[in-house]
Design a protein around this ligand. Structure first.
Ligand code: DX5
Ligand code: ZN
Length: 219
């Protein structure tokens, strides 16, 4: 298990001031910037696209951890790579050929991630784990910030941690949804080594970001 990385989700930022918000979480100690892309089709909400990712790129040097909740997926991979994504994470249900999608992300020179919805089994990773750089376990149903952590996902994190250790590759195991100072230590104990946090980062406004991120790290 690697040192814990904190990835604030800008879904909970002030969208009218996104550039400043990204700078603020960078200065507050974020390791990665988690960007939630939603299309109103794969998930019941709409957020931002590659143009906004590109516009944000000059505002920080921290890695962009881009979580694509869109389908069909393949047509947009190049645009997000060109916009400045560092990791591109996709859901297996978002296209007919997960392996091909992963190959495409790698061929664009980006880190590839696979995200599992709460009802999607860890088994989905059996034939792709060795190809990817990151697994993103959804501990809420994707679409909205501020939902409660789904307990059953701890078992899934434990199972995936075993598979990653067996493989012996430094694959990141990230958890997304309902992460706060109470759930963070439980996710880490189950084997996660990266935490997405929207609500828990942005609550209290810019003056609280550094303390919020520190609290998660120390939890
Ligand atoms: C949900 C997104 C999450 C979300 C997490 O679809 O993938 O990244 O922003 O928000 P919190 O931390 O508020 O649960
Ligand atoms: Zn996300």
């Amino acid at each position: 298990q690697q040192p814990v990385r904190i990835a604030p989700s800008i879904l909970s930022a002030d969208f009218a001031r996104l550039g400043e918000e990204v700078r603020a979480i960078d200065e507050a100690g974020a390791d990665w910037i988690h960007v939630d892309v939603m299309d109103g089709h794969f998930v019941p909400n709409i957020t931002i696209g590659p143009m906004v990712v590109k516009a944000l790129r000059p505002h920080t040097a921290k890695p962009f951890d881009v979580h694509l909740m869109i389908s069909p997926i393949d047509a947009y991979l190049d645009a997000f790579a060109e916009a400045g994504a560092d990791t591109i994470t996709v859901h297996p249900e978002a296209g007919p050929h997960l392996h091909r999608t992963i190959q495409r992300i790698k061929s664009l020179g980006k880190r590839a991630g696979v995200s599992l919805n709460p009802a999607t089994p860890a088994k989905m990773l059996d034939y792709v784990l060795e190809e990817i750089d990151l697994v993103l376990v959804m501990s809420v149903n994707p679409g909205f910030g501020g939902q409660s952590f789904i307990e059953s996902q701890l078992r899934k994190i434990e199972a995936i941690r075993k598979q990653i250790d067996k493989l012996g590759k430094p694959i990141d195991l990230e958890v997304d949804g309902g992460i706060d100072v109470a759930t963070a230590p439980r996710a880490i104990a189950a084997g996660a080594d990266a935490l997405v946090a929207g609500t828990a980062t942005f609550r209290g406004g810019p003056s609280a970001y550094a303390a919020n991120i520190r609290a998660l790290r120390e939890a």
